[in-house]
Design a binder for this molecule. Structure first.
Ligand code: AMP
Length: 497
């Protein structure tokens, strides 16, 4: 077994890791750290949740610390490129946490906030800069930043970068970097477009890969409830009355949908917050902070906004809408299975979404167990049903007209949908591009049932089995606990062990 002490990392870094409570490296760390410490380029296939941030941050901190240099204004030594502001912030926080006993500075820059503060911070000199590509280029164009002294480059979540349209920015950035540098490149998937991009950044890289996408799905207990669109809100409220649903991420497909769900919860006396691309940075930060500290146990998010959100102790993921890209499903449910923890995911599926469910089951090679609707679930409020009917189904083909994978109309055609990952075609049922199923896993379209849903209360695994289980639900939710029939259903459900 590999230990952090086996890598020869500097003592102050090991001390910080103990303070973080990390006992041993995750597989991506065990594979990446030795190469990165040697100064080699690395090309890694790894998703968020595998511990890949530390896989690149630890060797970088070690190398900078081993060759200290005075800080130069506007000229960082390390550049980490990441696709979203949330992820950038989290990467910067990780560098600060692991480097807390070193004299190295980390700064993060992303769009959507005033640039002048970032210009000022860079002028003071920083060692490590974490950035989203667009804002990075703005800063270069304003001569607030030079990439001439970059010694180490990290490109994180490369597949998301391409999905979000950053390809031109990346091509430009590579021309601004010194040729003599170390580059570490990570992507959850490695189709041809990504490996071509990797080739333009890397020199003789070591290749590392972990956790095929399907294994994340295996760690999460899943279930699906078939429900009409108009009853989804009332179903959600019913489920949320179960106090064992401690810290829950609810996913909607659109930003508008996320706001609507939060408004509905508010009316039902359940505290929730939404996080999506139309929210300002302070609003997003407030929502995340409330979710982290347990004052708000329900966070409603779109896929893009949730990407990279790293909150420990998410007990449940609820897919209010099923995603039209099956990989998004795996990313979503992975929010509740961070760093080896297990979690529970419940998906609401209307008639239209049944095709999405099929695609998901094909990708994960797991059959999602069906949970019955709770007994006595109230009918949808009349207004909501009417509202649903009034909503035009723009750009969405009728279910019977929708071709299966790779045919028919694109599924991201809904103009209301938040810009998200494009559907990747031609990858068959295999997860993660070239990621292989683990030994003993059936291949092709054979399906095994996903783990049966976990019991609601009383029979759950000990706290210690999950990292930092959130605080028990408090305040307004508690007032609704004793709400008989629905909670009883959760406890009595035949599928629950
Ligand atoms: P990442 O994939 O970098 O987003 O990391 C996912 C989560 O795993 C974060 O909450 C990290 O703090 C945590 N983590 C990373 N490495 C380890 C480790 N070796 N032991 C325990 N937790 C870890």
């Amino acid at each position: 077994m590999t230990l952090f002490t086996d890598f020869g990392l500097a003592q102050p870094i090991l001390k910080a890791l103990s303070a973080e409570g990390y006992e041993k490296p995750t597989p991506i760390q065990a594979q990446t750290i030795p190469y990165a410490l040697e100064g080699r380029d690395v090309c890694g296939i790894a998703q968020t949740g595998t511990g890949k941030t530390a896989a690149f941050a630890l060797p970088i901190l070690h190398r900078l610390n081993a060759s200290p240099k005075p800080r130069k204004p506007k000229s960082p030594r390390v550049l980490v490129l990441s696709p979203t502001r949330e992820l950038s912030g989290q990467i910067a926080d990780s560098f600060k946490a692991y480097g807390r006993n070193l004299r190295l500075s980390t700064e993060v820059v992303f769009g959507g906030v005033t640039i002048s503060r970032q210009e000022k911070a860079l002028a003071g000199g920083v060692d490590i800069l974490v950035a989203t590509p667009g804002r990075l280029i703005d800063l270069v164009d304003r001569r607030a930043l030079s990439l001439r002294d970059i010694e180490i480059l990290v490109l994180d979540e490369a597949d998301q970068m391409l999905d979000l349209g950053f390809i031109h920015a990346l091509k430009r950035i590579v021309t601004l970097l010194p040729k003599d540098r170390q580059s570490l490149f990570f992507s959850a998937t490695m189709p041809k477009t990504i490996s071509t991009l990797a080739d333009s950044f890397l020199r003789d890289p070591a290749h590392v890969a972990v956790t095929p996408v399907a294994t994340t799905a295996e760690r999460v207990e899943q279930s699906v409830i078939f429900v009409q669109t108009g009853r989804k809100q009332v179903l959600l409220e019913t489920l949320l009355r179960d106090p064992s649903i401690d810290r829950v991420l609810v996913f909607t497909r659109t930003k508008h949908g996320a706001d609507k769900v939060v408004r509905g919860l508010d009316k039902a006396g359940i505290a929730g917050a939404a996080i999506h691309g139309n929210k300002s940075q302070p609003q997003r930060e407030r929502a995340l902070a409330g979710f982290r500290d347990g004052s708000c146990r329900v966070l409603v998010a779109t896929d893009i906004a949730a990407r990279g959100i790293d909150v420990e102790g998410v007990t449940h993921v609820i897919n209010y809408d099923l995603p039209n890209v099956p990989e998004s499903y795996v990313h979503r449910i992975g929010r509740t299975a961070r760093a080896g923890a297990t979690g529970l995911a419940i998906s609401f599926c209307n008639d239209e979404e049944k095709a999405y469910l099929k695609d998901i089951e094909k990708l994960t090679r797991l059959k999602v167990p069906v949970m019955p609707l709770p007994e006595g679930l109230p009918a949808a409020p009349a207004a909501s049903e009417a509202g649903e009917r009034r909503e035009p189904q723009r750009g969405r083909p009728a279910p019977h007209a929708r071709g299966h994978q790779g045919h028919g109309q694109p599924r991201n055609a809904d103009p209301n949908a938040e810009r998200g990952p494009k559907r990747r075609r031609g990858r068959g049922g295999k997860p993660g591009g070239n990621a292989q199923p683990q030994g003993g896993q059936p291949s092709g379209n054979q399906q095994r049932p996903a783990q049966a849903p976990r019991p609601a209360q009383g029979q759950r695994p000990a706290q210690g089995q999950r990292p930092a289980q959130g605080k028990p639900a408090s305040g307004r939710q508690d007032g609704r606990r004793g709400d008989g029939a629905q909670v009883a259903w959760l406890e009595k459900s035949p599928r629950r062990r």
